[in-house]
Design a protein around this ligand. Sequence first.
Ligand code: KIV
Ligand code: NA
Length: 274
Amino acid sequence: MSVTGTVRQKMPADIAAMKGGAPIVCLTAYTTPIAKTVDPHCDLVLVGDSVGMVLHGLPSTLGVTMEMMVMHGQAVARGLQNALMVIDMPFGSYEQSPQQAFANAAILMAETGAGAVKLEGGQHMAETIAFLVARGIPVMAHIGLTPQSVNTLGGYKVQGRGDDRARLIGDARAVTQAGAFSVVLEKVPQGLADQITADIAIPTVGIGAGAGCDGQVLVVDDMLGLFTEFKPKFVKRFGALGEAADQAVANYAAEVRARAFPGPEHVFADEANK
Ligand code: KIV
Ligand code: NA
């Protein structure tokens, strides 16, 4: 993107500077047309590994591969000129060692043009976050409910209640200390999210964490009403595109069966200039 024109694509430092100010608006995107739709309205666009469930019909995010992330990341990059693009590191691509994380984060950044990566985990990933940041890769952390750990967490449960509260506060401090420029808080009680937001120096971006966070993120297909397999409590549907699509397809099928489509305006004459 041009650095001299009127639009300068946002960078991680711009997001970090929004701490405590106007809420940071974030959505996911997986394709060029949706990236173009959300870009003018968003500060940050996330190529989430939710793509596996939302677009590929996978039962969880565990089956998402580097190849899938690269392909969707390239598509999203073609649609952005304003928002910062952040790309998720998929399950298995970063947990083994800081070196493994760097090698794969570098591939994601170089092949897609993303401005940062996001990875799941708090205290146990702090060393990896610091390793990446020291080597030129901005990192957004993701704590609370971390869907790639669904099997060890025992489901998609609210995190940080009761005795678990101190763990979440420790995670938030650890990723801040490690140099993350921002942190996603997923499915944590509102009061805890408020406390963490006040406690750490980097912006919190909530999903199921209340309005007190420094920003909000949703899965775009959820908020558009396109993904209707299930609706988590924290999702608000701002549109009903799934219903609209169903109606449009039903109308098309009825018109084809009635030979009402195509009409005279959709056909070509046998001779030119007619
Ligand atoms: O993959 C994703 O869409 C995410 C957001 C829900 C934060 O990680
Ligand atoms: Na994700």
